[in-house]
Design a protein around this ligand. Structure first.
Ligand code: COA
Length: 164
């Protein structure tokens, strides 16, 4: 297992992983992934601003990704010390510690670069992700309105927060 900082050359592989996990239909509430151009632009910003984004490699293939984007990047007037987390590990390699290793690298980076807190949305049904976040000390903030997943199943996102 290798955990490393992302770089702009990873855009296609990060995009492919995001699409693959999206296509499972069980996780992100959004119906379709952003475009590859959006990923490319975001990775340029990540590098220029030293934002936390890490990838995991298995046999030289990119198999996991985690990122925190500042609230101020996500919406005008947002808080630059609050980060929003997203992560994915390739289906066949889940449960082998990649998620834990990625999240550890990310939390360390967030602490060192002055973030006050990390927030995320996780579906109530997503037991693996909730176990991972619980283990890092994320706490429940609020229940969000029900959403329909790509698979057609109705689920309930929870907002969680880790104070740093
Ligand atoms: C959530 C995710 C990133 C975790 O990655 P991972 O590589 O499987 O994580 P790890 O192997 O480090 O395991 C993390 C914890 O989840 C638990 N876990 C993993 N798979 C599990 C499963 N199928 N059921 C229950 N718990 C599970 C592990 O036991 C571990 O908990 P522990 O430390 O208390 O033993 C991965 O499952 C994934 O990509 N899921 C799809 C996308 C997603 O849910 N993204 C997050 C959206 S908020």
């Amino acid at each position: 297992m290798k955990i490393r900082r992302v770089n702009p050359d990873d855009a296609q592989a990060v995009f492919d992983l995001f699409c693959e996990v999206s296509a499972e239909g069980n996780y992100p509430a959004r119906a379709s992934p952003p475009s590859i151009e959006t990923f490319k632009r975001a990775l340029v910003q990540v590098q220029a601003n030293d934002w936390p984004k890490y990838v995991a490699e298995h046999e030289r293939l990119l198999v996991g990704s985690v990122s925190v984007y500042p609230d101020s990047f996500c919406r005008p007037g947002g808080d630059s010390r609050l980060g929003y987390l997203g992560m994915q590990v390739k289906h066949e390699l889940r449960g082998r510690g990649y998620g834990t290793a990625l999240l550890q690298a990310l939390v360390n980076h967030c602490r060192q670069s002055g973030f006050d807190a990390i927030e995320l949305m996780v579906l109530r049904s997503n037991i693996a992700a909730r176990r991972l976040y619980d283990g890092f000390g994320f706490i429940w903030v609020e229940d969000m309105p029900a959403c329909t997943l790509g698979s057609g199943v109705v689920d309930y996102p929870l907002k969680m927060r880790l104070a740093l």
